[in-house]
Design a binder for this molecule. Structure first.
Ligand code: NI
Length: 171
């Protein structure tokens, strides 16, 4: 197992459409394991393969524990995920390990049904709501080169532009 370096905005790979995974090879299993370890280390609740420099359709999520130390979810691995249904609306203050220090409210569907392959190659469907639904959509966006800051409009967009420029200057 290894902790991988996290690619930061505005690196080009974060804007690419990731490739579907045709075979869950040993390499993919190792990648998923290392991504989980990297996510726990960060710490974060989700991490997509492009964020560790691999343009493939894979992400991991673990919401961790709530304030009562109850587990909110297990480690979930999604390979070639697709959202097949969504409904509702909710606003959540999102952040991203690739865009440190910026958190902004984004509105997304509050409920999604997602289809994906597990790390053992089994197809599964999952219905998710609330934070898990938000997290799935945020990570799936990464596979399509979309970042949460892309949803910001008007004044909010202007307000973060300065912070983003600081990132661009250190690339
Ligand atoms: Ni992110």
């Amino acid at each position: 197992m290894a902790i991988l370096p996290i690619i930061k905005y505005p690196k080009e790979i974060l804007r690419k459409t990731a490739e579907p995974i045709s075979e869950i090879s040993e390499e993919i299993v190792t990648l998923a394991t290392n991504m989980a370890e990297t996510m726990y280390d960060a710490p974060g609740i989700g991490l997509a393969a492009p964020q560790v420099g691999v343009s493939k359709r894979l992400f991991v999520i673990d919401l961790g524990k709530d304030e009562n130390e109850e587990k909110k979810s297990e480690l979930l691995t999604f390979i070639n995920p697709q959202i097949i249904e969504s409904r509702g609306k909710m606003k959540y203050e999102e952040g991203c390990l690739s865009i440190p220090e910026i958190r902004e409210y984004v509105e997304r569907p509050s409920w999604v049904k997602v289809k994906a392959l597990s790390i053992s190659g089994q197809e599964f469907e999952l219905e998710a709501e609330g934070l898990l639904a938000i997290c799935i959509q945020h990570e799936l966006d990464h596979l399509n080169g979309v970042l949460f800051i892309d949803y910001l409009k008007g004044l909010k967009k202007k307000l973060i532009a300065k912070k983003l420029m600081a990132f661009e200057n250190i690339k």
